[in-house]
Design a protein around this ligand. Structure first.
Ligand code: OGA
Ligand code: NI
Length: 327
């Protein structure tokens, strides 16, 4: 497929060409965004581990999204990462174009999201994404301290489900794929006509997202309404993705979210995805299944899940639904 680098590099006048304009029924209705609700913020500097595990668990069950503060990652480091990635997106389009591809198997790539619209073909989203894997973390993660347990978000989530501390980590398997993505959304002439990222669920297991301060754009569904995830200073946004919903047999929610644009300021976000390896077998954890809670999903390999994901390409994907069991 033919692609061109995103046209609105810095300094070029912004204009909303027709291939960015969504049909009316797919547009964000920004006046209906419900700003009085919000996802919870969890302070990791909490020595009462049971209390912490229960707060995280409740957030995973009710919202599938929360923010963490006092996570220990230095502010300066976060700021430097955001700054260098911003610089990358502000390079001339020719320079970014060398990374542009639609080949999923490429490890380092730049691409534009799009939505397939009947009669209109591909409608481009108002943003550009850069992605690459991280250096192999298995080289050092086993040296990290076992205590305090804040070191291990997954262990708190396991505890919150009443499971052994290392249960989720074990189920997600050896050699998990950890990769980071950078989403850059330039100011958009008309945020009501297009979207930064269409409504979607994340397909990995867990996502930790760093967003720049002062610019809002990420929105999540709470009680059927779109609610903004306002940047909290020095926080990471954490969200449950599909594999955790399946492992927890539906207790933890992988929730629909999207990114909208604004007409004043560019926005940058850096989601870090934690996904199983292709041959990991995912399914509801046995200890969470009983007569009252029958398995909601079949077992599958992550590769099968990804195949289904690509099969639904361009649509509003409903991947986890394809693995549901009906009783
Ligand atoms: C994603 C995502 C939100 C954002 O990349 O999956 O949901 O704010 N990003 O960029
Ligand atoms: Ni997402």
């Amino acid at each position: 497929m033919e692609t061109t680098p995103f046209q609105f590099a810095n300094n070029t006048p912004l204009s909303l060409s027709p291939n960015f304009i969504l049909p009316e029924e797919n547009r964000p209705i920004l006046s209906e965004v419900f700003s009085s609700a919000s996802i919870p913020t969890v302070d990791l500097n909490n020595h009462d581990i049971d209390d912490l595990a229960s707060k995280i668990s409740q957030a995973c069950e009710k919202y599938g999204f929360f923010q963490i503060i006092n996570h220990g990652v230095p502010k300066e480091l976060c700021q430097r990462v955001l700054a260098v990635v911003t610089e990358f997106f502000q390079l001339p389009p020719e320079e970014r174009a060398q990374f542009l591809t639609t080949d999923h198997s490429k490890l380092v790539k730049v691409f534009n999201y799009y939505q397939k619209v009947e009669g209109q073909g591909k409608v481009l989203m108002w943003g550009e994404t850069f992605t690459h894997p991280w250096h192999p973390t298995e080289d050092f993660t086993h040296f990290l301290p076992k205590n305090p347990p804040q070191y291990r978000l997954l262990s708190l989530m396991s505890q919150g489900l009443g499971l052994e501390k290392d249960c989720l980590k074990r189920k997600l398997g050896e050699r998990p794929a950890i990769y980071t993505q950078a989403n850059y959304y330039p100011p958009c002439p008309d945020p009501e006509l297009t979207m930064g990222l269409p409504a979607h669920n994340d397909i990995s297991a867990l996502v930790v997202l760093l967003q720049m301060e002062g610019v809002s754009g990420l929105q999540v569904v709470i009680d059927g309404k779109w609610v903004p995830v306002e940047p909290v200073p020095d926080a990471f946004v954490v969200n449950i993705a599909d594999q955790m919903q399946v492992l927890s047999n539906g207790r933890y929610k992988s929730v629909l979210h999207r990114a909208v644009t604004n007409n004043r300021l560019a926005r940058l976000s850096l989601p870090m995805f934690y996904a199983p390896n292709n041959d990991a077998v995912i399914g509801p954890i046995e200890d969470l299944i009983d007569e009252v809670h029958p398995p909601m999903y079949q077992n599958y390999s992550y590769k099968e899940y990804m195949d289904e994901f690509y099969r639904q390409e361009g649509a509003r994907r409903r991947v986890k639904e394809a693995f549901e069991l009906r009783h």
